[in-house]
Write a protein that binds this ligand. Structure first.
Ligand code: MG
Length: 379
């Protein structure tokens, strides 16, 4: 029986992770869950999966949910609650499906306890890639990616020596506005931005797909996960999201991973690795799909992706600033305060005004994060 602690259980990846558990009760148990403010759902999840710890965002929310918890479930809250979920049970694997930079200290706490990480929190490696990877290496624990692109690369690299890798290519659907020109992006609405053609995901990541910030964060993550240089990482537009990403080896052979766009496959693989088991996902029928399409990434059309490569190459505080400024900009767009194109304008302005500094610990990451948030809220 594999024991799982789940950070971010009420979000898109969180609920799909529990769907996998639900289909394979004999294989998995849930030891701890964390949610933000979705109290109805966390109560239902606690009653169904009976974890020993449940964490919610605040003390007030903890008091709200406590009366409905099953016997034996302790309710905690806030940043300390997240750490308890990540490190305070006998879980073998911690799935980090929580959004934003709050996932970082919880992930580090789980690593310190020697737990394997099923990584779905992008900010962890974007803001603190070198810290997280070196601590994981010290502890000898595996970080198994859950994001579809990184899971694809992870599957393609299985057992291959790194010296044989020429480079990797992350595929990108192009997001909800992929068929629009830059001029046609003027005045697009929040609702239009939120309708993604292939994947059903949370609001923030759907906007990040439309701006290509999501792919930018994935590029930086891939650099850390697979120990590559930025010159070894490419991005290709592939509207169907059937090829989830691929590796080119030095002999020019390419190994790709294909499947229907269904996050439950990479989630389950992260939980059962190196084993494979049946999933509730639909089978890929290439004959029914008939054609797959590809086009070259256009860095003029998607300047946020260019900025991500720039920040990745700069290193130090730049990726944390990129990430934090984007979080604020997306939040402002979703609230109707700014236009869609303002997101990239804010990113550009914040990065231009940033003076790079070294990142050695969580405090310096927090400093970069706070600096970028303050500026992104006002420009
Ligand atoms: Mg992805």
């Amino acid at each position: 029986m594999k024991k799982i602690a789940l950070l971010g259980s009420t979000g898109s990846i969180g609920t799909q992770t529990l769907d996998i558990v639900r289909h394979q009760r004999e294989r998995f148990a849930v030891t701890a869950l964390s949610a933000g403010a979705n109290t109805d759902l966390i109560i239902r999840q606690a009653l169904e999966f009976r974890p020993s710890i449940v964490s919610v965002a605040t003390k007030e929310l903890a008091a709200d949910v406590a009366p409905y918890m099953p016997a034996g479930t302790r309710v905690v809250y806030g940043d300390e609650g997240l750490i308890e979920v990540a490190a305070g049970t006998d879980a073998d694997t911690v799935v980090t499906a929580i959004m934003g930079s709050r996932g970082l200290s919880a992930t580090l706490a789980a690593i310190a306890e020697g737990k394997a990480i099923g990584l779905a929190n992008k900010e962890t490696l974007v803001t603190a890639g070198h810290i997280v990877m070196s601590r994981a290496k010290e502890k000898g624990i595996s970080i198994i990616p859950i994001d579809s692109e990184h899971s694809a690369i992870f599957q393609c690299l299985n057992g291959e020596p790194r010296s044989g890798v020429h480079g990797i290519t992350l595929t990108a659907s192009g997001g909800s506005f992929r068929d629009r020109t830059r001029a046609q992006l003027e005045g697009v609405t929040v609702a239009e931005a939120l309708s993604h053609p292939n994947w059903s995901m949370g609001a923030k990541i759907t906007i990040d797909s439309a701006t290509m910030v999501n792919k930018g964060l994935e590029v930086i993550e891939a650099r850390w996960l697979f120990g590559l240089t930025y010159d070894q990482i490419g991005v290709l537009i592939h509207p169907e999201s059937i090829i989830h990403s691929y590796v080119e080896f030095v002999d020019r052979s390419i190994v790709a991973q294909l499947g229907m766009p269904d996050m439950r496959v990479p989630i389950q693989y992260a939980l059962t690795y190196p084993e494979r088991h049946d999933t509730p996902s639909a089978r890929l029928d290439l004959a029914a799909i008939g054609k797959l399409h590809f086009r070259e990434m256009d860095f003029e059309r998607y300047p946020c992706l260019r900025m991500a490569f720039d920040c990745g190459r700069l290193g130090h505080s730049a990726p944390a600033v990129y990430n934090a400024a984007n979080e604020v900009a997306v939040d402002r767009f979703l609230k109707g305060e700014i236009t869609f194109l303002d997101i990239e304008r804010i990113l550009e302005t914040v990065l231009e005004r940033h003076t790079l500094f070294e990142i050695n610990d969580l405090e310096s990451i927090a400093e970069a994060d706070e600096w970028a948030r303050r500026l992104a809220a006002t420009v």
